[in-house]
Design a protein around this ligand. Sequence first.
Ligand code: ADP
Length: 401
Amino acid sequence: MYILVVNAGSSSLKYQLFDMEGEKLLAKGNADRIGIDGVLEHQVIGKEKTATPTPFPTHADAIKKVLETLVDKEAGCIESIDMIGAVGHRVVHGGPWLTKPTLVTEQSKADLRKCLTIAPLHTKGHLEGIQGCEEVMPTVPQVLVIDTAFHSTMPAKAYTYPIAYEVAEKYNIRRYGFHGTSHRYVSAIANEYLGKEDSKIVTCHIGNGSSISAVRGGKCMDTSMGFTPLDGIIMGSRCGAIDPAIVPYIMEAENIPANEMGNWMNKKCGLLGVSGVSSDMRNLRKAQAEGNERANLASDILTYEIKKFIGSYAAAMNGLDCLVFTAGIGENDARVRSEVCADMEFLGVKMDEDKNLNYRDLPVPADVSAADSKVKILVIATNEELVIARDTAEVVEGLNK
Ligand code: ADP
């Protein structure tokens, strides 16, 4: 079966086409600037990437162009769109309503619409992407694969915020967690590597957005992101968890309205805000090499906060068998991994620095822990799209049984 994985945002629609026989990625791209001017970035794997100005006023127009490109004799990789057996949609927020991969039906769309109150921008994009696919490929089953789903196993003490219970209930305010597809993927690989039933794993998804999860026996017990992806550790331009009293204090002092304050915490803080240089770790490293003290501070906060989460999750799980690093920074920045794991022998964490630097030479999953480390330290490349394709295939195969 061929599966199209779609990640629809408010003005973009990213896609990957998989041949599930051998789980082969065939093509990927992004219909960007939907409703603005429109650019179609497209790449058949193994060939050059192209970027073509292509007007698409709506998500349906964008998906139409993507399908035309996929079947194009020159630029494409399949003969007919009838070969696409299903579409898997990445859904950022399922709220309390969507907690597992779910077929798109009137009921699941109604559940997704409820998420508009909690995550308006992302949900609007998803709904438009789904509608676009329904218009263009009405007979092809579509599946929602939800980022918050993996975290739905958290106990109440982990997901309940200590605010007035009635208010939390009224507005569905609780810890939901994000990057669930990634945490699920890497923790499953780690679990298999450990070969242990009640394994205690901390997964560190450190990228532009970052989150850390405590996974015990394959189930998520706690995670650092919360009601929104703003909670948790310092990120590229997001502040993560801060003293909540800071927010009304700044709003009053600077006369800032709520939406602008939200934007400020999402776009102007984090590594960017502290360093004044960039939200991008590579730029921060360059600034550090030039002796920029605030870039050093931003980097120190990042490793310190990751360390604190690892310590608290080890305490919450009564132990630690494995630490996993993944995503842009987790996979590529050996220094972050090294600094996080430094001085953690008390927890049984001991890194092999040489392996850490050259982890790509190691068999997958790369084990960069020292021979006498009680805790395994793994670097695992995440692959959220493949998980979405797998989940979609499973749901669709279930329909045919
Ligand atoms: P997103 O959350 O947008 O998916 P990614 O997981 O792609 O983000 O991570 C992006 C981050 O990874 C950026 O801060 C980028 O600088 C960092 N990154 C990518 N490659 C490297 C590298 N070689 N060294 C250090 N950081 C890197």
